[in-house]
Design a protein. Structure first.
Length: 119
């Protein structure tokens, strides 16, 4: 399984970006998520969506500003990021927790897309 993230870029505070993550084939996933990482810090979960019921989780720092949307028909996950702040600067990764058997799952990661928020 390959995941391809895109959509990052350089924006000013207050502006928006929309990230996309496309996977190579239909997946049976428990959850699919966006993470981000800055140098020297651990990768943190930004938002994820359940494969079962579509329920979404957001990190407190992005609630009300980011929206995660999955499109299983297009094998695509989006992250709409509005009102971006300097602290949103990071490399963003998508991850799919794919069910590989009734008892096991495997994580697949995309390659990352860089978001820089700077005035």
């Amino acid at each position: 399984v390959q995941l391809q993230a895109s959509g990052g870029g350089l924006v000013q505070p207050g502006e928006s970006l929309k990230l996309s993550c496309v996977w190579s084939r239909s997946l049976d996933y428990h959850a699919i998520a966006w993470f981000r990482q800055v140098p020297g810090k651990e990768r943190e979960a930004v938002s994820c969506v359940s494969g079962a019921d579509g329920s979404a989780y957001y990190h407190d720092s992005v609630k009300g500003r980011f929206t995660i949307v999955r499109d299983d028909a297009e094998n695509t996950l989006y992250l709409q990021m509005n009102s971006l702040k300097h602290e949103d600067t990071a490399v963003y990764y998508c991850r799919a927790d794919v069910r590989t058997s009734p008892w096991t799952s495997t994580d697949y990661w995309g390659q990352g897309t860089e978001v820089t928020v700077s005035s």
